[in-house]
Each structure stands twice: as C-alpha cells, then as structure tokens.
Design a protein around this ligand. Structure first.
Ligand SMILES: [Mn+2]
Length: 350
C-alpha cells in the first residue's frame, strides 16, 4: 500500500515538512481548491503542488477531489460543458503525475454532521451526527446552517436544488451517473488515472435528497455501469460504517479482490442505538469497525493502492480544520502502518 495524507495546500496550517516526518509517509492528497466545480484547473496550480511536495520528499499523486458539479449530477444544459472541463482536469492532473482521482456523487451536501467538536470523556473532540439534533429540521422551510455545508449557496439556491433533486429522484440520478461514467472513465483509462468514487456520508438519504452510493448492491451496480479498473472506489470505512447494515470488512475483501479499490480512507466510527454516530479514534477498540480485519482483507487480496488516515479527533490542544488536525491523523497513520506490517508478515509466513 502507499501511505498518504490529505493536505489543503498553502492555507493548510500543517506544513509538508511535518507530514513527511510521519513514518512511512509517501503521498500527498490534495486538489486545486480555489476553482469552482465545472471549471478547468490552471496548470500552474498543479505544477506548484507537484513542486512543493517534491521539495519535501513527498509525491503528489492523489487528488481529492475533482468535484462533480450539481449541473452534472442534475443533468442540466450546462452538463456537456462541465463534463468537458472535468475530462480536461483529469488530463491535466495526469500530466503532473496524478494516478488517482477521488470524487463523490452526493447531491447538494457533502458529508453531514450536526457538531464538529463534540467533547469525549477523555477531553478530545470529534465530528458527530446526532439524530435528535437533526430530526424535525426541514431545509425547505427552516434556515439551517449545519457545519460543513457549502456556505456559497444562498438559502433560495439550496431550496431550488433540493426541489430539483426531488424531481430527479434516484432513477434520474442513476441515469446521470451513467452519462458521467461513460464520458469520464474512457478519458481516465487513456491517462492511466484511477477514478475513485467516495461513498455517501452518511450512506442514506438526508432531507429526502436521493443518495445511492450507500451499500453493496448499489456499489455493484455503479461499478458495472463501466466495467473497468479505472472505475474504482475510494472505500471510506467510516462513511460506509456509519450504518450497521454495511459489513465493511466483507466489502473491502470483495472489492479489493475484484481490483476495484483505488484508495482507502481509514477511520473508525461508533454507531449509537438510534443510528446517530460519533467519529472515534482509529483503534478497533474505540469504535465499531474491526480495523485489523479490514487491513487483513487488503493484504490478503494483494492491495497496492493508496491509503490515508481519514478524519482524526482534535487532541493535545490542537486547533484547526475539524477532522484534519496533524496529531490524531498521525497516530492513525502509525496504527495503520502497524496493522499492515503485522498482516504482511503473517501472510508471508503462511
Ligand atoms: Mn472519507
């Protein structure tokens, strides 16, 4: 596996010099964050990212993410132009050494949480979603500001989008996924890039918006639309794991054995009785996922893609972007390294 770490570019308070000091660290996961979805990324920005990483002994070869515009997801009259820009971005990324591009197909809202700094008994803080904070809220009638929501939309724009997705429904979303994949995957194949689909987070509909990248049956359907290794997964354990109906270790084994995991997001999560969830430390004992079994599945299937510690808690007084501090993600990386070393040795001995 190739160990990686997400970095938000020059505005990220964590310097690349610190990231390189994490044992085994190889790749930087980043993106051009100042260009709107549907537009083309300047080559100079990609060249700068590549250069900064190389100056620090790291490789810039994973992009997270090239966002899929709402026009592509909804199939509006701007779709064709946005798809052309999307393909051009893949070509440009490949030109600067990128091998894997992450993206998601979630309507309007990316991940959903109700609080970003919930204090655990040990004094650390993490992201949580509590149903008692969400239930009863209706974005069509209430002025909702959930953490992490795109603040660039006005309230009326959000309402317009929610109505449009309501009309589109799941069947319409699947049709637009097909249009996207049939256009984009051949370009990725040509460029030697693996497209890595991130599952919906959490993996069920929120506020009546259709969400389909949620479970094994739907992921099977997604991968079969274009049956190519370039049409792969960014398998996020914490996203799929926030519903107990997903057996994450079994899903990892299945898709790794098919050669359809390009990128692993590794973190743990605790699911509460009412379906609420709390992001936890990476260790298996801290949440509901058996991280050792997940790594075992990867090693036994010969996985050689990218892995990164996903969200960490805030610990040791660190402040910054929720989920993206240095300390707990570095602990997560060290733990993931340990699991891989142990399972690789066990498999070699067997
Ligand atoms: Mn993730």
């Amino acid at each position: 596996m190739k160990l990686s770490f997400r970095w938000y570019g020059e505005s990220d308070p964590i310097p690349l010099q610190y990231i390189r000091q994490i044992p085994g660290m190889r790749s930087v996961v980043s993106a051009v964050y100042d260009v709107k979805p549907g537009e083309v990324w300047p080559e100079a920005s990609l060249a700068r990212l590549k250069e900064q990483c190389e100056e620090n002994g790291l490789v810039f070869d994973v992009v997270e993410s090239i966002p899929v515009s709402e026009d592509i997801k909804l199939g509006t009259d701007k779709r064709a132009a946005h798809l052309d820009a999307y393909c051009e971005n893949i070509r440009r990324c490949a030109k600067y050494g990128v091998k894997c591009v992450t993206y998601n197909f979630m309507p309007v809202f990316d991940w959903t949480r109700t609080q970003l700094d919930r204090v655990a008994p040990d004094g650390s803080t993490s992201l949580v979603m509590y149903w008692d904070q969400l239930r009863g809220l209706d974005p069509l009638t209430d002025d909702i500001h959930l953490p992490g929501w795109d603040a660039s939309y006005t309230r009326d724009e959000v309402r317009g989008l929610i109505r449009a997705y309501g009309e589109l429904g799941e069947d319409g979303l699947w049709k637009n996924i097909e249009v996207f994949l049939k256009k984009v995957i051949p370009v990725a194949e040509e460029c030697g890039v693996t497209m890595a689909l991130h599952p919906d987070d959490p993996p069920y509909p929120i506020f009546g918006l259709p969400r389909v990248v949620t479970c094994e049956a739907n992921i099977d359907r997604y991968l079969s639309i274009v049956d190519s290794p370039a049409n792969s997964l960014c398998l996020c354990t914490g996203s799929l794991g926030c519903t107990k109906s997903n057996d994450v270790a079994a899903m990892v084994r299945k898709y790794a054995s098919m050669g359809r995991i390009g990128f692993m997001h590794m973190r743990n999560v605790r699911v509460l009785e009412d379906g609420s969830f709390e992001e936890s430390g990476h260790l298996s004992a801290c949440g509901d996922l058996d991280m050792s079994e997940i790594v075992r599945a990867l090693v036994e299937c010969g996985f050689d893609g990218y892995v990164r510690p996903d969200h960490g808690r805030m610990i040791w007084g660190e402040t910054g972007k929720a989920g993206y501090g240095l300390y707990d993600r570095a602990l997560g990386a060290a733990y993931i390294n340990g699991l891989f070393e142990a399972w690789e040795k066990a498999v070699r001995r067997a």
